[in-house]
Design a protein around this ligand. Structure first.
Ligand code: 8IG
Length: 270
C-alpha cells in the first residue's frame, strides 16, 4: 500500500482517493462523512438514499476489511436535505498493525471530498454500570492510550473541544436522554484487564475502545467538526462479572441497531 512508503505524502493519497470517489459517483463534493463502527451499520440505510456503493479496496489507500461485522465499502448517500454523505464502512483498526496512516486515511479522504463534518461511531466497553449493553453515548473527550499520533513532524494541533460541544448539544436536543463520557483508545486487539479498566476509570475515562481517538485527531487536523458516538456493547472487563465474548458483543450491537441508527439519522437530518 502506497501509504506504507515513508516518502509518500498521505494527503496526496487522500486527494487521489477523493478524486476517484468523485469520478465514480459523479458527486463533486460530499458535505458530511460518517464512519460506522460495530452496531451502527444500519444507519446508512436510514439517513438517505445510497446512490453509489464502492468496494473500498478499489480506492487508493484503502484495504480489505479485517473484521467480521465490518463491510469494506464506501457509500455516497443523498440526504433528504439534498446534501451528500460519505459513509465509510471500511475502518482500519490500529491493532491491524498497518500503521496510523492507514487508520486515518478514511478521515483524510473524507475531508478531501469536501466533508466538513465527521461523525465517528464505534462499539465500545462501558465503565459506567448504568450503561447496559446497547446504550449509545456521546463522546465528550478522549484519552489517547495508543502512544501514537497521526500527526507527523512539528504539527502542534490544538485539541480543545475536539468533540464539538455544539454537535453534542444538537444530538441532545434530539435525544435528551443521551449520556456522554470520555473515550479511552487502547491499542488492542486484546480487551483490557480489570486492572486496566480501573486505571482508565482512575484517569477519568468512561468508555474503552480500540478506535476513534486517532481518527478524531486527523479530522481536527483537516479542520472538520467532529461528533463521536459509542455504542456500549459490553460492560468493560471487571465491571461485569462474566468474561467478555466477541459473540456477545456482536449480538448486543445487532440488537441495538434499529434504535441507534434512527438516532443517527435524526442527528444527520438536523
Ligand atoms: N478496548 C475495548 N474495545 C472494545 N470494543 C468493544 I465492541 N468492546 C470493547 C472493550 O470492552 N474494550
Amino acid at each position: 500500500n502506497l501509504l506504507d512508503a515513508p516518502e509518500t505524502d498521505p494527503f496526496e493519497v487522500a486527494r487521489t482517493a477523493a478524486q476517484q470517489i468523485a469520478d465514480i459517483t459523479g458527486v463533486a463534493r460530499h458535505d458530511i462523512a460518517l464512519t460506522l463502527g460495530s452496531g451502527w451499520g444500519k444507519a446508512a440505510d436510514l439517513i438517505g438514499e445510497t446512490t453509489h456503493t464502492i468496494p473500498a479496496q478499489q480506492i487508493e489507500g484503502f484495504s480489505a476489511p479485517a473484521l467480521a461485522g465490518h463491510v469494506g465499502t464506501l457509500r455516497s448517500v443523498l440526504l433528504p436535505s439534498g446534501k451528500r454523505a460519505l459513509i465509510i464502512g471500511a475502518r482500519t483498526h490500529y491493532y491491524e498493525g498497518h500503521g496510523v496512516r492507514r487508520v486515518v486515511h478514511s478521515v483524510r479522504t473524507a475531508a478531501a471530498t469536501g466533508a466538513t463534518t465527521m461523525i465517528l461511531t464505534n462499539g465500545a466497553g462501558g465503565i459506567r454500570e448504568t450503561w447496559t449493553p446497547g446504550t449509545p453515548v456521546l463522546i465528550s473527550d478522549h484519552i489517547n492510550l495508543t502512544a501514537d499520533s497521526p500527526l507527523e513532524g512539528a504539527t502542534f494541533i490544538d485539541l480543545t473541544d475536539l468533540y464539538s460541544t455544539c454537535l453534542r448539544d444538537l444530538a441532545r436536543s434530539i435525544v435528551p436522554t443521551l449520556d456522554e463520557g470520555v473515550y479511552c483508545q487502547f491499542r488492542g486487539p486484546h480487551y483490557e484487564t480489570p486492572a486496566e479498566v480501573q486505571m482508565a476509570k482512575a484517569i477519568g475515562g468512561h468508555i474503552v475502545g480500540m478506535s476513534t481517538a486517532l481518527e478524531a485527531i486527523a479530522a481536527r487536523q483537516a479542520g472538520m467538526e467532529i461528533l463521536g458516538l459509542s455504542l456500549i456493547t459490553n460492560l468493560a472487563a471487571g465491571i461485569q462479572k462474566t468474561p467478555l465474548s466477541h459473540g456477545e458483543v456482536i449480538e448486543a450491537g445487532q440488537h441495538a441497531e434499529p434504535v441507534i441508527s434512527a438516532l443517527l439519522a435524526r442527528i444527520v437530518a438536523a
